[in-house]
Design a protein around this ligand. Structure first.
Ligand code: FAD
Length: 493
């Protein structure tokens, strides 16, 4: 326990995590807080992190950031899902689209109706019943009135940080340029008292937010909160990223293309494309990875390929003493499902909900860490699923993934789905409908469907499926083209 009100918050680091934290704190609590962000121009940000999930729409709304302004400032595009290519097997594709597929009933999910329809030869592809999937593949997008498209964005990471910096400063956050040299802690409590910059300047605070990226200067190097490795489940440990010019209209989805020892991303922005290869260094050396990436990009490269090393896992305590880890300092999951920015946002919003204005309560710190652990563990399981459930056996990497042990929590989900076709949502788990899409997409076939489906006649089932599909088709037909919509939305006539 540490008594004392929290009035001065110091944010260490100004990447996506630092500026998202500063923006939210300044806008929502800035009237009562003194907020200082320290960052060093001499230490580059990670420079990637450009695909998001729909929760960012909520973050923008919370901060009252207008979407046209946001998209213009970040050269953003809309994203309706992720196209997974070659993941189940070479030449097989599916999309994990945001939003729901078909229509559930009180007893079971839509997949049960779809499975029986498939047995009878009357179902089309699972994704044909999902509005977001059909809109994405038709290159359409628009804001629909109620229950519209569930969407996210592709954004330029450095433009986003710059945009949030201006926003934060407008609401009173102060930026301090300087390199943190030392983290000073209280000898009795171990709480952080101040940061000393290489200039000698001392930055004192009541609470510190560690956004220093993988260095984790405060939470780990100073406080030794500990790190739990998940590399036995997520063996990729390297990435190489490069930007290319745009040679075709940006599509409203991210592409994830499985390769021999990892996978490649393509993130289309208005002004350029973000590309990268995530790989496992045990199976692919850095020079070969670089060559593989450069062979598989379209257009001309705009940047030198950037090499990044990482380690999958999480900080044992994301909130420890008077320090909260946000962003890469809190742990790392590879960007397969674009979840890191979401986890940043989760920690920020959770912290603001629990904001310890009157002093830190250990019970609340424990609750924070319990919730944060739950969030990252469920996402971890979802990512592992893509590697584990596959027919690929064409390389040592994929054979390793097929054979590896997986967490019990994931094993349970896979077993239940395989035997019954059900997916049970735990608590506030982020992904819901996504599990069915990815399990079926990766080739996991349930052994049976729910008996309730048999209470429908074949005619009723055909009508039910047809009705959903026609609604999807009709809605998609009425949507504008993604690119023309984007252009008119950002710059209204
Ligand atoms: P960083 O960007 O590393 O920022 C660290 C900051 O700390 C910098 O401002 C630096 O100057 C400062 N700093 C460090 N040390 C000091 C010091 N001593 N003194 C002063 N300042 C210091 N996430 C997604 O949501 N979607 C994606 O598509 C996605 N793709 C990714 C692809 C790859 C290959 C990787 C590795 C990550 C990806 N991520 C993605 C994750 C995403 O990039 C990060 O979550 C996000 O950028 C936040 O990074 P950060 O702000 O924590 O750290």
């Amino acid at each position: 326990m540490r008594d004392g009100p929290i009035k001065k918050v110091v944010i260490a680091g100004g990447g996506t995590a630092g500026w998202m934290t500063a923006a939210a704190m300044a806008k929502l609590m800035g009237k009562n807080l003194d907020i200082t962000l320290v960052e060093s121009d001499a230490i580059a940000t990670i420079g990637v992190g450009e695909a998001t999930i729909p929760t960012l729409v909520f973050f923008n709304r919370l901060l009252d950031i207008k979407e046209p302004e946001f998209l213009a400032a970040t050269q953003g595009t809309y994203k309706l899902g992720i196209q997974f290519e070659n993941w189940r097997d070479i030449g097989e594709d599916y999309m994990h689209a945001f939003g729901t597929t078909g229509k559930d009933c009180w007893a079971c999910g839509f997949q049960h109706f779809w499975m029986k329809g498939r047995e009878l030869g009357v179902s089309s592809g699972f994704g044909d019943y999902c509005l977001e999937r059909r809109a994405a593949e038709s290159l359409k997008f628009g804001h629909l009135p109620s229950n519209g498209l569930n969407y996210a964005f592709h954004i330029d990471a450095s433009l986003y940080a710059g945009f949030l910096r201006k926003f934060s400063e407008k609401y009173g956050a102060k930026r301090l340029e300087g390199k943190i040299d030392k983290v000073v802690t209280d000898t009795e409590t171990g709480f952080i008292e101040s940061l000393t910059l290489t200039s000698g300047e001392v930055v004192e605070g009541d609470f510190f937010i560690d956004c220093t990226g993988m260095r984790a200067l405060l939470i780990e190097q100073a406080l030794h909160a500990g790190f739990e490795s998940w590399s036995h489940w997520l063996p990729c440990d390297s990435a190489i990223a490069v930007q290319t010019n745009t040679v075709r209209e940006p599509v409203p989805y991210t592409r994830s293309i499985a390769r021999e020892s990892g996978w490649q991303w393509r993130i289309p922005l208005q002004h350029r494309v973000g590309n990268g290869l995530v790989y496992c260094s045990r199976y692919l050396d850095d020079a070969s990875a670089r060559a593989m990436l450069l062979e598989n990009v379209e257009g001309e490269t705009l940047t030198e390929p950037l090499s990044i090393k990482f380690h999958a896992g999480r900080r044992r305590k994301q909130w420890f003493k008077n320090c909260l880890a946000v962003g890469l300092s809190s742990g790392f999951l590879e960007p397969l499902e674009s979840t890191s920015i979401h986890l940043i946002q989760q920690n920020i919003v959770r912290f603001l909900r629990m904001f310890p204005a009157a002093g830190i309560s250990q019970a609340e710190v424990d609750e924070f860490n319990r919730q944060a652990d739950f969030d990252i563990e469920r996402i971890r399981d979802f990512i592992i699923l893509h590697y584990k459930v596959t027919d690929r056996a064409d390389s040592a990497f994929w054979r390793h993934c097929r054979a590896m042990e997986i967490p019990e929590t994931l094993k349970n989900k896979v077993d239940i789905f395989e035997k019954t076709g059900h997916v049970y949502r735990e608590g506030n788990e982020l992904f819901v409908d996504s599990w069915q899409q990815v399990m079926l997409g990766q080739g996991l076939e349930p052994q049976r469907y729910h008996p309730l489906v048999d209470t429908m006649t074949e005619r009723e089932l055909v009508d039910f499926l047809q009705h959903i599909k026609s609604n999807v088709d009709r809605t998609v037909a009425g949507l504008p083209e993604h690119n023309s919509y984007l252009a008119s939305y950002i710059k209204p006539a």
